[in-house]
Ligand binder design. Structure first.
Ligand code: MD3
Ligand code: FE
Length: 216
């Protein structure tokens, strides 16, 4: 395992290549982070945080919601995208234009011009919450990348290969980082280690991650 070390106070945005098709754009969302958190608060007024259940019945430690035309769901029927929030019966809140444009700009900076996300899964982590190693396989468009925006307290993100076993590399994702995952990295196994206790001026003791996707 390698833990990528860097200076958290570094002001300079930078590109950090992970593997072919994957890059971390350090600080790409730092300046608009407060605005993004306001947008998340508006979204969760309409489509509140909820802990979904895995198809096997386990409650996920991460709370989730969505915005965009499609939202990702997990329940006893499996994993899928749906155009309505099953709690309210209404369409998911629309994807804010600024969020769409930020994701498109990040994708372009990573070499994926023309990204047009139609779904945004929003994850909320409290200390101890985690996401086990998994692949993102529910999106129909496998050419499009996934753009991930990290806000609030840090996480250790784990990146593996095309099988669940085998080595993983760990990367620390902090407030304002954007990661783009496409091409050969698109179907790699990945996860998030249990989040350590921390405080952030804008989010308190939580981490928010937004993943923008082309679902259909
Ligand atoms: C690498 N979220 O929502 S974001 C997920 O931090 C998810 O909340 C994590 O995994 C989080 O599915 C990780 C980074 C990420 C997202 C999708 C990927 C990395 C990826 C898809 C393929 C490869
Ligand atoms: Fe994922």
């Amino acid at each position: 395992m390698t833990l990528e070390l860097f200076d958290e106070t570094s002001a300079e945005p930078s590109h950090e290549a992970i593997t072919l098709g994957a890059v971390i754009l350090r600080g790409f969302a730092r300046e608009c982070a407060a605005e993004l958190l306001r947008l998340v608060a508006q979204i969760t007024d309409d489509a509140p945080w909820r802990h979904m259940r895995t198809p096997s019945g386990h409650r996920m430690s991460v709370a989730m919601t969505n915005c965009g035309t499609y939202g990702w769901l997990s329940d006893e029927r499996g994993y899928r995208y749906a155009d309505h929030d099953p709690i309210s019966g209404r369409p998911w809140p629309p994807m804010p234009k600024g969020l769409f444009e930020l994701a498109d700009a990040a994708a372009t900076a990573a070499g994926f011009a023309g990204f047009a996300p139609d779904a945004c899964l929003i994850n909320r982590y409290v200390p101890g919450a985690k996401v086990s190693l998994h692949q993102d396989l529910d999106e129909r468009d496998t050419q499009a990348p996934i753009v991930s925006i990290s806000l609030g307290i840090p996480a250790v993100f784990r990146f593996g290969g095309s099988t669940r076993k085998g080595p993983t590399r760990a990367f620390r994702l902090i407030h304002g980082d954007i990661a783009v995952w496409g091409g050969p990295a698109r179907h790699a196994y990945h996860g998030v280690d249990p989040i350590p206790e921390a405080q952030h001026a804008l989010t308190g003791g939580v981490r928010i991650n937004l993943t923008l996707r082309r679902a259909r």
